[in-house]
Ligand binder design. Sequence first.
Ligand SMILES: Cc1cc2nc3c(=O)[nH]c(=O)nc-3n(C[C@H](O)[C@H](O)[C@H](O)COP(=O)(O)OP(=O)(O)OC[C@H]3O[C@@H](n4cnc5c(N)ncnc54)[C@H](O)[C@@H]3O)c2cc1C
Ligand code: SF4
Ligand code: SF4
Ligand code: SF4
Length: 476
Amino acid sequence: MTSGWQMILEHVVERDYCCGCGVCAGVCVRHAIQMRFNDYGEYRPYLASDCTGCGLCARVCPFLDGNANEDELGATLFEKMREIKHAIETGYYRDAFVGHVADPEVRWGCASGGIATWLLETLLAEKAVDMVLCVSPNDDPTLLFRYEVCRRADEIRRCRRSCYYPVTTQGVLAFVAKHPGRYAIVGLPCVCKAIRLAQQRVPPLRQRIKYVLGLVCGQTKSRSFAEYVCALGGGDPHHLSRVEFRVKDRSRPASDFGLGFTCVPEPGRKQEGTVFWTQGIDRAWLDWYFTPNACNFCDDVFAECADAVVMDAWLPEYCQDAKGHSLILTRDAWINGLFEHELEHPKKAVLRRIQVEKVIRSQMGVLCSKRGGMRDRISRLRQTGLPVPVKRWNTGAWLRPLGIGRLELARYQISRQSRVMWLECGKNLAAFQSGMQDSRRAVDRARRRYLSYRISNGILLRAGLYRRWAMTDFYS
Ligand SMILES: Cc1cc2nc3c(=O)[nH]c(=O)nc-3n(C[C@H](O)[C@H](O)[C@H](O)COP(=O)(O)OP(=O)(O)OC[C@H]3O[C@@H](n4cnc5c(N)ncnc54)[C@H](O)[C@@H]3O)c2cc1C
Ligand code: SF4
Ligand code: SF4
Ligand code: SF4
């Protein structure tokens, strides 16, 4: 009989579909699995001690075929709720809001409008939970970010901003299993899905994790991404000791955020700097440099298994405001009530209702890439004879704008090549950029071709055609 560990090793880890969530490691009662960085700066599970073959780790893995998918988990969690609605892009939702935390200082230190921090602090203040599990910067240069257990509002506030860096839930899930109490956890869609799978199998996690807050996710990045941006800013990527994602600047729009870095190349010598989106992060992000392979095969944008999901308000009316706005979809009745109450009696947040269509529009680029490009990536796997994962969106017909196929394949190639090249070049920026030149030209050509379809794609999108295709023919 194949043990759980053997299953995830063969079908997920060795095929490179592991997102490094660490839920397999967090639920193993034998602590047989440990999460460690691989050479590319991505978390991977390793078998560190004897395995009894109980199979639990396999049953919670969000990337193992055969486990419930986001549609099935979402239906179990939310289908029977009053006033719940569903859209194929978002999964279930109760209501949609736009807004920001009222305190300007708190807002300035958050990724967008600070609604994630406000919600987590409110859950604690209202005594809906006793502890909050979120991600904080860390002074250990081998780690830089990690999940923390927060018991006070100031601890939650320390965890503000986005972390485009690997983090694993292993430690905090083991903590929850050991320590009774009521918890809220914040996570990316793959993490939210894994936690829901774990809650089906592990009673303490089911009883203790009361709220799962999701972040919309287009992709994450390996450790190399932060090193690369640090090198772009003139820092020494071998000695990166601190990173701050989503630094705001009053003279720039919200979309032109920065990455602040500190390096210590030798004792007593510090290099500090900030690189903004338009100074090179844009290319690295949009061309999929250092994007883990799991993200190439992930079709959940709106954290469909979470009780609420927050995201950036990437809409023309909000993008220009450097202070930032958040969009929120609620799925839980109590959380929804909290938003409604704050909307009517504003104290700590400024909120408005917004149409769900606008929320979807704000993430159109991510939807097109993750779902629209899935068919191309899957056909590429087939051509190369590699095993193909089971995905909800592998027909790719939905939201498949004209010309996107080649662009998605060029990005896919870059995500695979960049992580190897960065190591081969010894993290030398000039050598890396020269090594990536051909792939960069290919992605530029594909992007120009895609943009030449902009008007046709705009007309088709406005006519609702992409969406209608999905609803009739391709969604089952
Ligand atoms: C990898 C990644 C990709 C994203 N992609 C998109 C996207 O494509 N479109 C979009 O609109 N938004 C995306 N987001 C979400 C966005 O960056 C903001 O997190 C979101 O708008 C919330 O902003 P806020 O001001 O309300 O959050 P804040 O009030 O600043 O709080 C953020 C909370 O999220 C936690 N957190 C941050 N990073 C992580 C992480 N990696 N894992 C778990 N918890 C974390 C923090 O600890 C904090 O509690 C992404 C976030 C991440 C981390
Ligand atoms: S003991 Fe169970 S959960 Fe732990 S590694 Fe083995 S099969 Fe997985
Ligand atoms: S549960 Fe998470 S860390 Fe473990 S194998 Fe699956 S994706 Fe990787
Ligand atoms: S794109 Fe998917 S797999 Fe990648 S980090 Fe985001 S939710 Fe996880």
